[in-house]
Design a protein around this ligand. Structure first.
Ligand SMILES: [Zn+2]
Length: 149
């Protein structure tokens, strides 16, 4: 809504039956918005705790267990003690047992494998929504990979 109201997006489709009322006006709730500046969003993904979780889909990158945020932590693939950086290419989502097992060892020494090589996401992870069964069917048209939970 902020993107729309600050004219950073236009409405492609809206709900017929849902109105948003402000003090001075009312309008139909947008269902699909087109962003005017996707390039800014795609090149400027901030390295944050939540964005790493989103990129990794809340899944431990070693044992592939999916967990709630409070049961997740991070692992430096190349340990900090071996000059591994705290950045997109070296930090992955990790469950606590795997984190304890790996400790400050390298993958090889720990005998562990990554699900995928970590890298900076091309899209802002918080915008990569997961579609659910009761989301509007129109949204499915905008997702190249149709993932239903
Ligand atoms: Zn794990």
């Amino acid at each position: 809504m902020i993107l729309y109201l600050t004219e950073r997006a236009e409405v492609v489709d809206h709900y017929e039956d849902k109105l948003i009322r402000t003090v001075s006006t009312s309008f139909k709730l947008p269902k699909v918005l087109r962003l005017f500046q996707t390039h800014k969003l795609s090149h400027n993904v901030k390295f944050t705790r939540m964005n790493v979780f989103y990129r990794d889909q809340f899944q431990c990158q070693y044992c592939s267990t999916r967990l709630p945020v409070n049961e997740l932590t991070f692992d430096h693939v190349i340990p900090v003690s071996q000059n591994g950086g705290t950045n997109w290419d070296n930090v992955v989502t990790c469950c606590k047992p795997c984190n304890t097992h790996k400790g400050s060892k390298t993958l090889k020494v720990a005998g562990m494998k990554l699900l995928k090589t970590p890298k900076k996401p091309r899209w802002s992870p918080e915008l990569c929504l997961r579609l659910l069964e009761d989301d509007p069917v129109e949204w499915w048209n905008f997702f190249p990979e149709k993932i239903a939970s």
